[in-house]
Design a binder for this molecule. Sequence first.
Ligand SMILES: C[S@@+](CC[C@H](N)C(=O)[O-])C[C@H]1O[C@@H](n2cnc3c(N)ncnc32)[C@H](O)[C@@H]1O
Length: 221
Amino acid sequence: MEKKYGVKDGYWLMGFQYEITGSLYSFGQIPRCKVSMLEHLQPGSKLLVAGAGHGTEAIEGAKRGIAVTTVDISKTMISFMQKKIDRVKLAKPIEIINDNILNVNRTGQYDMVMANYFLNVFRRDMMLQILTHLCTCVKPGGSMVIGDFALPKEGNFFYRAFQKTYWYLAATLYSITADNSVHPIYDYPELLKSLGFEIAEIKYFRIFGMKCHWSVRGVKK
Ligand SMILES: C[S@@+](CC[C@H](N)C(=O)[O-])C[C@H]1O[C@@H](n2cnc3c(N)ncnc32)[C@H](O)[C@@H]1O
């Protein structure tokens, strides 16, 4: 079948530092956030990781015997994931797809689809198209998991200003280096509900006590 959506490697310049910078910028909370929902999967479960980057959650899943598929548009990011894979022992091999996620049609095939720090790279209309597409890949009763910068919803002005500034600094860096979109933080629980998912769980990851990252798990009804 002919490819419909384009492929580009936006991380050719900054891909090498992506994982370590994210970990430092979040005092280790981003890596924790990315793997936190794997506990809902068993060996043999099927997991799709969209925009997998260096593949932290994909590799951790495959170590646990989960059948993982990763999709990333960037050859650079995939090469860093491959280097990490080569250094560890996996219970199951990872299927690695270098393509635009919109070209990957796996309707109803996955127990869990993960989009960690992926949807935030897109402007709202494209983010909605991709999220809708990812939701089609989830089996009935399966989970759609989104790990990302948390939406400022509580606390005083200074609390929310910190959360927003923290997001906009990261977004601005990657808009300059990887052409990502700069936009207000997305409300993933509301978006998942609007796509027919029930919010089963939200885990927060804090910096200086503030809810800066979250992992949202919606279950397909
Ligand atoms: C901000 S990085 C996040 C990487 C990883 N999920 C993480 O948390 O470290 C976004 C990733 O999405 C990939 N990406 C961007 N657009 C994509 C698309 N349309 N299809 C597949 N991957 C895409 C980029 O190459 C990059 O690796």
